[in-house]
Write a protein that binds this ligand. Structure first.
Ligand code: SF4
Length: 350
């Protein structure tokens, strides 16, 4: 392993022009891996890895968090991934609602939430559907299965977001990002060709990377090598294909259709989210429970998650980092989530 890292470092030195280079990683798992392996410290000082909007919990908009919390008070069972329960809303959190006696349950998979609904027909179970293309197919599967089996007490609050339009939002008005470390898990579903617009329209390349230290360093080498002639390439070939997982794509497309979506930090982005198709509308919690998101999308006071997610500041540049905001007492989602940049910087002492 050390030998491969040394080789990657030699290659980075070979292709390093000495100019300032900014590469954005757009996957929370990459952020964690980069911090864990200390890769920022390994790279020459002119090559900066900055974190982007790739943590699903972190990019969920504040009014979506508040709407999920207020749904818990309607007597339904909230089914969710673990990190989301600790994200502070403007007045409460799902964790606080659970402490007050609301039924908030953590599941590792949406399929477990559907099983729970089937085993408890007297409960209305609402799964909070956050996340990108990695998790969307399994949520689609639950909706399809509930439809086929005529399950009436399961629905999904669809807050899913998709990656390409968010990347475009980061570069559309000009950017100093010269390359993207593209997400490995998302791309296993979508394939790599969805990123071609970055080269075609913005002359910015990217590499779909794996998650080991050597994967990420070799991906950096590939980006540096192609800086003058940007390309979209796959380093993580053992998992990702150009065309992705076409069966999962078909499933997503059958259950969901494109919609506009609001992102923390990035605001409203056209066609960057999904909604449940009419055929499956009885499984759409937004319609079933007439969920209204608060109009105002007030960010948590003092929290700079929005700027962290856009790569404008590093977590340590937030005045609250490590002081008022720690993993035990998180102020914002980037410190809550196991894929959040602030949590990564805190955990690994960057
Ligand atoms: Fe928000 Fe805390 Fe990160 Fe600051 S350190 S941006 S308050 S999560």
């Amino acid at each position: 392993m050390q030998g491969i890292i040394n080789t990657a470092k030699e290659l980075i030195d070979r292709y390093n022009t000495g100019e300032s280079i900014k590469i954005m990683e757009v996957c929370g798992s990459h952020t964690m891996a980069i911090s864990k392996y200390g890769l920022r410290q390994i790279l020459p000082p002119n090559i900066k890895l900055i974190s982007g909007p790739g943590c699903p919990v972190c990019v969920t908009a504040q009014n979506e968090i508040d709407a999920s919390i207020s749904l818990a008070s309607q007597g339904v069972t909230i089914a969710t991934f673990g990190d989301l329960v600790r994200v502070p809303g403007n007045n409460s959190s799902l964790q606080e609602e659970r402490a007050k006696g609301r039924d908030v349950r953590v599941f590792y998979s949406p399929l477990d939430a559907l099983d729970y609904a089937m085993a408890n027909p007297s409960k209305e179970v609402v799964f909070i559907g956050i996340g990108f293309e990695t998790t969307i197919p399994s949520v689609a599967m639950t909706i399809k299965e509930a439809y086929t089996k005529k399950i009436k007490n399961y629905s999904v609050y669809c807050l899913h977001k998709t990656m390409p339009k968010a990347l475009e939002a980061l570069v559309v008005n000009g950017s100093d990002i010269q390359g993207f470390l593209l997400p490995g898990h998302v791309s296993a579903i979508t394939g790599s060709t969805i990123y071609n617009f970055l080269v075609d329209r913005y002359n910015i390349g990217g590499v779909v990377s794996g998650f080991e230290a050597t994967d990420i360093l070799m991906s950096v080498v590939m980006i540096l090598k192609n800086l003058k002639d940007p390309k979209i390439e796959i380093q993580y070939k053992r998992v990702v294909k150009d065309e992705g997982n076409t069966e999962a794509q078909r499933l997503m497309d059958e259950v969901f259709e494109e919609s506009d979506a609001e992102w923390r930090g990035l605001g409203m982005i056209e066609e960057s989210g999904l909604r449940i198709r009419d055929k499956y509308s009885e499984y759409d919690a937004e319609k079933k429970f007439k969920i209204k998101k608060p109009n105002s999308n007030t960010e948590i006071k003092g929290c700079r998650c929005g700027d962290v997610l856009k790569g404008i500041i590093t977590p340590k540049q937030c005045p609250l980092f490590g002081k008022a905001c720690t993993p035990l007492n998180p102020v914002g989602p980037c410190m809550v989530s196991s894929e959040g940049s602030c949590a990564a910087y805190y955990k690994y002492g960057e």
